[in-house]
Ligand binder design. Sequence first.
Ligand SMILES: NC(=O)C1=CN([C@@H]2O[C@H](COP(=O)(O)OP(=O)(O)OC[C@H]3O[C@@H](n4cnc5c(N)ncnc54)[C@H](O)[C@@H]3O)[C@@H](O)[C@H]2O)[C@@H](O)CC1
Ligand SMILES: [K+]
Length: 226
Amino acid sequence: MRAVEQAAIASGRVTGLELMERAGRAVADVITERRLGTSNDTNPTARALVICGPGNNGGDGFVVARLLHIRGWQVDVFLYGDPDTLPPDAKVNHDLWSVLGPVHPLASFPAFCEPLAPLPFDLLVDAAFGIGLTRPLPQEFRTVFTHLSSGELARSCVAIDIPSGLCADTGTVLRPAADPAGRWPAAEGLACKADLTVTFHTAKPGHLTGDGPRYCGTVIVKDIGL
Ligand SMILES: NC(=O)C1=CN([C@@H]2O[C@H](COP(=O)(O)OP(=O)(O)OC[C@H]3O[C@@H](n4cnc5c(N)ncnc54)[C@H](O)[C@@H]3O)[C@@H](O)[C@H]2O)[C@@H](O)CC1
Ligand SMILES: [K+]
């Protein structure tokens, strides 16, 4: 996937930023098409919680946040990592989002959620990690994904590219050294359990094998012109 992306960029046909915009728009379009935010009389404005990671998957998340905001959603964005160390394309989209709303540090998530009623969000957008995940999720994400899997945070969850915590090559959940035998229950939030995964260009092995099907939910492959 990286080789395909790099070749398209190297050919001058497309920039990384354009690919990111297309990826984010593809996710936002699926959310709109499937009406994943049930805004009705009791819930006039659909609410989305976007969790961004330190790489370009996070960059996709900032694009989705901006597009949902423009489409009338109320969007709360959290970031794990320092904005200044985001890759360039992700930083551009971080800055574009920042004109529309705050970027909360992920560490502040528990305090942010404390006073909220149960099920405060229609949708959680998982933009933590994509194909760049190299080790088990840090605790901050496990807190969010444990809340999510207990059904008290959001009506549904869309994962960008691959549910975070899952290895895109093998479909296995990356487990901390403390749990080599994989005894910890899924509810430990070791990976995001999504209802829908929107991936780009082609499905990855991790969507189809191992824990993949259980964590991905419905997998939608979107063309981003690669
Ligand atoms: N031009 C491109 O390369 C495009 C990339 N796209 C998106 O970019 C993603 C790949 O982006 P990246 O290569 O930046 O990878 P990721 O965004 O998956 O994350 C990689 C970053 O997370 C860090 N990291 C990995 N595992 C970690 C862990 N357990 N705890 C803490 N930090 C960890 C890495 O050091 C790296 O900084 C794809 O999945 C896709 O969503 C799309 O926007 C399409 C265009
Ligand atoms: K993800």
